[in-house]
Design a protein around this ligand. Sequence first.
Ligand SMILES: Cc1ncc(COP(=O)(O)O)c(C=O)c1O
Length: 428
Amino acid sequence: MPHTDQNEVLFERARAVIPGGVNSPVRAFRAVGGTPRFVKRAQGAYFWDATDKRFIDYIGSWGPMILGHGHPAVVEAVQRAVTEGFSFGAPTEREIELAEAILALVPSMEMVRLVSSGTEAAMSALRLARGATGRKYIIKFEGCYHGHADALLVKAGSGLATFGNPTSAGVPPEVVQHTLVLEYNNIAQLEETFALHGHEIACLVIEAIAGNMNFVRASAAFAKRCRELCTQNGALLVFDEVMTGFRVGARGAQGVLGITPDLTVLGKVIGGGMPLAAFGGPRAIMEHLAPLGPVYQAGTLSGNPVATACGLATLKEVAKPGFFEALSKKTRALVEGLEAAAKAEGVPFSADSEGGMFGFFLLDALPQNYTAVMKSDGAKFNTLFHGLLDRGVYIAPALYEAGFVSAAHSDDDIAATIEAARQIFATL
Ligand SMILES: Cc1ncc(COP(=O)(O)O)c(C=O)c1O
């Protein structure tokens, strides 16, 4: 039978030429089943799929579209940049402007290097940490994602203070043997690991508000202990703020928690939807990078003139007074509305938000680590996901992903979303 839904037609065509029909796995809807929606166009808080159905978009390209789609100031800046040239492979003034804009907003950074993806930024920051400290071990936490560099595709093995196992075929165990994978928010395990390996640890990398196991905050005590143990042991504290940077607040998760990391990794919002990411920190560390120092890092499209124009225009809007207060209020209204609707229908539900980022769980209490997140009811989540999709609300197609509200979402969008969820909660 030929497909009648244009999304299905496109998905079949895509699967013939692109593995799984998608260029990043979560887009394939594997966790929830069904056909991915192919996007035709987007504006403000909405996108339209291949059948011209409109969706309220709570993914926003997985974080970058904090202003909503097609913000006029950003479109204008990109259009102007395009007429001046796509890529030069030589420095431009706009790169300095973007670097200055980032540094002005994030005081822990004195220098920044621009790259093209969060994966590249995190991978490079870890190489820099190892190069600057002359050490080889890194600590990461189960449930945090830092892109798909080999050494970071690793999950906890068995036992405490554990050496990890690769999570992807193609990553030999030897490549992850210097990556220690610990439980998020587990202070005792962290202390034990530093006691055992402290003098060999180059850095600890963390999503201080984690957005890759839905939405889980590092507790204030845990974040503080991360900082203290790194300082005491001469290891660098690396905040991966690819998702949280300019998303949970103007100074990212480090501003929310009041912790100063050594290195910060940025992406998503700083490119405003274009391929742009960055990593930075104190001058003394950043000067280990080539061409000043021995840590090699480079990129043909790094600091691309169109991407920097897009990022700069986006940051200008985000830095305006009151931006995050208004965005936080909207996101909180969504989360509180969903909570009230679930409660009214007797559905276990917990939720949290910071700035324009939120998460919810079909659980009575907010989980503190990856194992607890995975206790969420997958079947109920899928019913909720598809129910919302049918009603024109697009949330992440997997229960371990955070959600994003943009400045373009209206009170009516939020109210419509809560009402759609209420109807589905009534059936759960
Ligand atoms: C915290 C974090 N770090 C790194 C990455 C990787 O970024 P990219 O997908 O741009 O490579 C992501 C992507 O979602 C992320 O959320």
